[in-house]
Write a protein that binds this ligand. Structure first.
Ligand code: SAM
Length: 252
């Protein structure tokens, strides 16, 4: 591991992840913009575009944090459908960390969303307190790499989706170009923790984020995991040369 940060066992990882997101919750949105030069907004827009929600879509956004995916989902429906389209649809924002959800709730209020459109669920992606076959879509954006047992989270995604439902994951992935990889490493290891310190007063948490990106399986390997969970028509799309990838699968 880098910089002496080490995840010793599973409970420790879960606890560490909780601490990280507790300490970054208030600065999370600002840091995202700073670290990605605002590009995460474009990735998230493309992600919702690929999901292409229609009126009546019932979305479960897992590791939904401060609501970026959920708000885009509702906005997309508002912009594409008839004016009531968004009210027929629903999104549940689920996250393991109450601090992230609280920031999200504040944002939802400011944006004027009603409780009919959004519900909030404090839950671990590995063990969702949700009945089988409940949702037509499941999204997880920049979340699954933080989950201790990804296979369990994928199995849960499969379980809670209705037949025909879609799994869509946005996550940092592996860059396939060596020059870019070199630049990306320099940026990740030398710039991001410094930014974390300067903007959020928190070096360690951002060091963890970089480390977790490095350890995440590559596009092919993660596709295999999605298939193993039972999903069909599994595919992925690289964005920004594989800095992130959108993985897709269907419960058929
Ligand atoms: N999806 C949001 C976005 O794209 O802005 C938030 C992403 S944030 C990098 C990762 C989120 O995953 C955090 O809010 C964290 O609390 C949550 N998380 C970490 N482990 C989790 C788990 N096991 N189950 C559910 N959420 C988890």
């Amino acid at each position: 591991t880098h910089f002496g940060f080490e995840v010793v066992d599973e409970n420790e990882k879960t606890e560490k992840v909780h601490q990280v997101f507790e300490s970054v919750a208030s600065s999370y949105d600002k840091m995202n913009d700073a670290m990605s030069f605002g590009i995460h907004r474009i990735w998230k827009d493309i992600f919702i575009d690929r999901l292409g929600p229609v009126p009546g879509t019932r979305l479960l956004d897992v590791a939904g944090g401060t609501g970026d995916i959920a708000f885009r989902f509702l906005k997309y429906l508002k912009n594409t459908g008839n004016s009531d389209a968004h009210s027929e649809s629903h999104v549940t924002i689920s996250d393991i960390n109450e601090h992230m959800l609280n920031v999200g709730k504040g944002r939802a209020q400011k944006l004027g969303y009603s409780d009919e459109q959004i519900s909030w669920l404090l839950a671990n992606a590995e063990e969702l307190p949700i009945e089988d076959n409940s949702y037509t879509a499941y999204t997880i954006a920049f979340g699954i790499r933080n989950v201790t047992h990804m296979d369990r989270a994928l199995a849960e995604a499969y379980r809670v989706l209705k037949p025909g439902g879609r799994f869509l994951c946005l996550e940092f992935s592996h860059v396939n170009n060596q020059v870019l990889q070199w630049l990306y490493d320099r940026y990740s290891f030398e710039v991001i923790p410094v930014m974390g310190q300067v903007i959020a007063g928190d070096w360690k948490s951002y060091e963890y984020l970089v480390e977790s990106i490095r350890q995440f399986p590559n596009q092919e390997d993660f596709s295999k995991m999605i298939r193993s969970a039972g999903f069909r028509c599994v595919s992925y799309e690289n964005l920004t040369f594989g800095v992130v990838a959108i993985h897709s699968g269907f419960k058929l």
